[in-house]
Ligand binder design. Structure first.
Ligand code: BG6
Ligand code: MG
Length: 757
């Protein structure tokens, strides 16, 4: 017989392999010699057989046995067993080139010949130090002996009290994990060497043990999950090998046993045991048992209902099972949206389609149903079911305006894709539903319906959409496109005036330049301007500058002015009130003093008045001595910066003779184009002088200027100067202002201009 040595399994069926493996296990005493390059003699004494093998450079080996079976059929279990052992020998010698490895091999050979009792006593003698150490050695060598007892080893390592309660702590958990990791390493190696039954023995013990631990000592579940994942992976790989029926049966029993336990859970991201063995659950009886188990769990296991229900659905399709159980039906119906997602995630597309067809879809809430249909569409595409693809993508694009589904529909069923566009167009007027608009624009764009595309775009009037699609239109519909843009730009200018319109339109201008439409649009705008000139009377002036009062607008010094007056008037025998604050706010120093003296009937000479005014200033200067930029009112600095950014001019218009000093302390002096303070105006607010002068300094018409004031007197002064006025503070006191806000942090320059226009 002649075989490829490293692929022996594919030459023989499972039953023959199993027989040969049994013989390998029985063969304890043998000699494998190499009389010359490429020739091997295999002589086994117990049982007695003799095989000659010739190894060719192409990887094939021919084997000849002396037995009668071989003489008759040109193959026999002896020859096969010898080949398996030769392969093992070659693999080992390849792996063990170094001296120490060679020694290990010898040790392996020695150990292989021992019984478990001998091995145990050997280890007890030579590895006395620690039982964990002994267990580690056992884990490494146990597979070499006949009938290794992994269960025993694992139980030995798991401390238990006399009532059978597992006593695991951090320390011995580490040992248990080490032992299991060693065993799993061995299992991986054995699987590589195609020692399937040996691999299974290790997995059976470790899986049992790991699940026992994770149920009994759930606090360590997390740590043990690393080993459990590995064990499950190896188990799945094992089930992909051509396992002998007997081994398949054992794997089935193991999987059913573990899965059926109370407290058994699916580990996230791993393949459930029952799905690993699914390919060889062939008999009616086993299928029945497996299905029943899954059904029971799907109904009762409240924690992991979804994975079980998913398996149930899968087996219903795969094995054509029907269940009459009402509770199961209820669970499946309830979980169906999630089951579909799960199946779809796992790539089980046939199951997705089957499941979708098995439920009454119109009983689900709209968003859930959408997800279900999307999963179905994905599955239908994967399985190449064109009819279903067309049906689902039609439903999704029509009922949910799903653009991705529409794209798919266009690929599969042109006619229906067009029909969807026609229906959606009829149903949704432009601009009434963003999603419908998007679907239509995308649809007409994809199908080259440019007239429809442009018509909808101009009806919606959203320039960002127009910019997205105009590339398609700029050759065929250039003039119309220029018209749409020009009309929009014209309307924006009319509505907002210069600064804001420029801001709003800046990206459109950039875009028009990039697609070479600016010249055409500019031309159209000129024409529109000409046409509309002279028609509508005087236009509202464009805002070009802001003038700010200082105390109480930019910085919180108004309170210091008031407190200083309070102190001075106290010395003069009067107790001033909040009400007086309204009268002194915004008024000049002398004006304020006159008012207070008058109010409290205090008579002073001019000389005395000047003395007390100077005294008030001293108190005030002392109070503001330590102010810094941190004392700027909230939002003030940002507002000044934004004003400049918006292209406006800035001036200060304060009644205070201390204004420049305060600006310096606040480090904002440089931010103003002009500074007008108490030294610049003879008249006190509400006289407009200070603001008229500020407008002159900015070279602006008062109608182009907005004044920001915290004092009623200031607002009156601004309005008297012909400026706009924004009042900051008490709405009652400032009611004459055009706009009232609580502080500069509540607005932006653009917003103010927008409100005023
Ligand atoms: C205004 C204050 O800004 O300046 C008033 O609102 C104050 O309260 C006025 O009287 C004059 O200030 P100064 O610093 O010149 O005394
Ligand atoms: Mg003020």
């Amino acid at each position: 017989m002649k075989v490829v040595l490293f692929d022996i399994e594919s030459h023989f069926n499972a039953a023959v392999m199993e027989e040969a493996m049994d013989l390998v296990r029985e063969t304890n005493e043998y000699d494998l010699t190499q009389p010359e390059e490429g020739f091997f003699h295999f002589i086994s004494r117990q049982p007695d057989y003799h095989v000659e093998m010739a190894f060719k450079a192409d990887g094939t080996v021919s084997a000849k046995c002396q037995c009668t079976a071989f003489k008759r059929t040109k193959q026999c279990k002896h020859a096969l067993a010898a080949l398996l052992m030769l392969r093992d020998h070659i693999l080992r010698s390849r792996r063990t080139k170094s001296k120490s490895k060679h020694e290990n091999l010898l040790l392996d050979d020695v150990l292989k010949k021992m019984t478990v009792t001998e091995l145990r006593s050997f280890i007890s003698i030579h590895a006395q130090s620690h039982s964990a150490f002994r267990a580690e050695i056992l884990a490494n060598y146990l597979h070499l002996i006949k009938k290794p007892d992994y269960h025993h080893l694992l139980l030995d390592m798991t401390p238990m009290d006399k009532f059978g309660t597992i006593k695991l702590n951090r320390n011995n958990l580490k040992t248990v994990r080490n032992i299991i990791a060693t065993l799993l390493r061995q299992a991986q190696q054995l699987l590589k060497e195609k020692a399937l039954s040996e691999t299974f023995q290790i997995l059976e013990a470790t899986l049992h043990h790991l699940y026992r631990l994770s149920i009994k000592v759930p606090q360590f579940q997390e740590q043990l999950s690393t080993e459990l994942r590995l064990a499950l992976r190896i188990f799945d790989a094992l089930c992909h090998q051509s396992m002998a029926p007997r081994l398949q049966q054992s794997a089935f029993v193991l999987s059913m046993d573990i899965s059926g336990r109370e407290g058994y859970t699916f580990l996230k991201g791993t393949k459930p045991l029952l799905l690993s063995i699914e390919p060889f659950i062939l008999e009616e009886k086993s299928r029945h048992a497996a299905f029943q188990l899954a059904e029971k769990k799907a109904v009762l296991d409240s924690r992991q209902q979804l994975p079980w229900a998913t398996i149930v659905m899968r087996w219903m399709r795969l094995w054509k099972v029907r269940s009459t159980s009402k509770p199961l039906k209820a669970v499946l119906n309830r979980l169906m949206p999630d089951i579909l997602q799960e199946l779809s995630r796992q790539g089980d597309y046939e199951d997705v389609i089957y499941s979708l067809q098995s439920v009454q879809t119109d009983t689900y809430e709209k968003t859930l149903l959408r997800g279900m249909l999307q999963a179905g569409l994905r599955a239908a595409r994967q399985t190449g079911d064109r009819e279903l693809v067309s049906k689902l993508s039609y439903e999704l694009s029509l009922s949910y305006l799903d653009t991705d589904a529409w794209d798919i529909l266009l690929e599969t069923d042109h006619e229906s894709a067009h029909r969807v566009l026609r229906v959606v167009k009829e149903y949704y007027a432009p601009g009434t539903d963003d999603i419908a608009d998007q679907l239509l624009l995308r649809g007409w764009n994809a199908t080259g319906h440019k007239d429809e595309l442009l018509e909808r775009l101009s009806a919606i009037g959203d320039m960002s959409l127009l910019m997205r699609y105009d590339d398609q239109l700029k050759t065929s519909h250039r003039l119309q496109l220029e018209d749409v843009y020009a009309t929009h730009i014209y309307a924006t200018r009319e509505a907002y005036g210069g600064v804001i319109a420029r801001q709003k339109l800046s990206n459109i201008f950039g875009h028009l330049k990039s697609i070479d439409l600016s010249a055409g649009v500019a031309e159209k705008l000129k024409l529109m301007d000409k046409k509309n000139k002279g028609g509508t009377g005087p236009q509202a002036a464009e805002i070009r500058g802001f003038v700010f009062d200082l105390d109480g607008v930019i910085v919180d010094t108004a309170v210091h002015h008031f407190q200083s007056w309070k102190k001075i008037l106290k010395e003069l025998g009067a107790d001033i009130t909040e009400e007086d604050d309204h009268h002194t706010r915004g008024a000049s120093r002398m004006e304020s003093l006159e008012y207070l003296l008058n109010r409290y009937s205090i008579v002073l000479t001019q000389e005395e008045k000047e003395m007390w005014a100077a005294k008030k200033n001293e108190v005030y200067l002392e109070a503001i001595e330590l102010i810094t930029p941190r004392d700027l009112l909230p939002g003030a600095l940002a507002f000044l910066i934004d004003t400049r950014k918006a292209g406006l001019k800035l001036a200060l218009g304060s009644a205070s003779k201390n204004a420049r000093g305060v600006l310096k302390k606040l480090a904002i002096e440089e931010r103003f184009d002009a500074i007008l303070d108490g030294n610049d105006a003879k008249e006190s607010k509400p006289h407009p002088e200070i603001f008229t002068k500020a407008c002159e300094a900015l070279k602006l018409d008062p109608a182009e200027v907005v004044v920001f004031e915290d004092a009623a007197k200031g607002v009156q002064a601004a309005l008297a100067a012909g400026c706009h006025a924004v009042g900051l503070g008490d709405p009652e006191a400032l009611k004459e202002a055009d706009i009232i806000i609580s502080g500069l942090d509540q607005t932006t320059p653009t917003l103010i201009i927008e409100q005023l226009s």
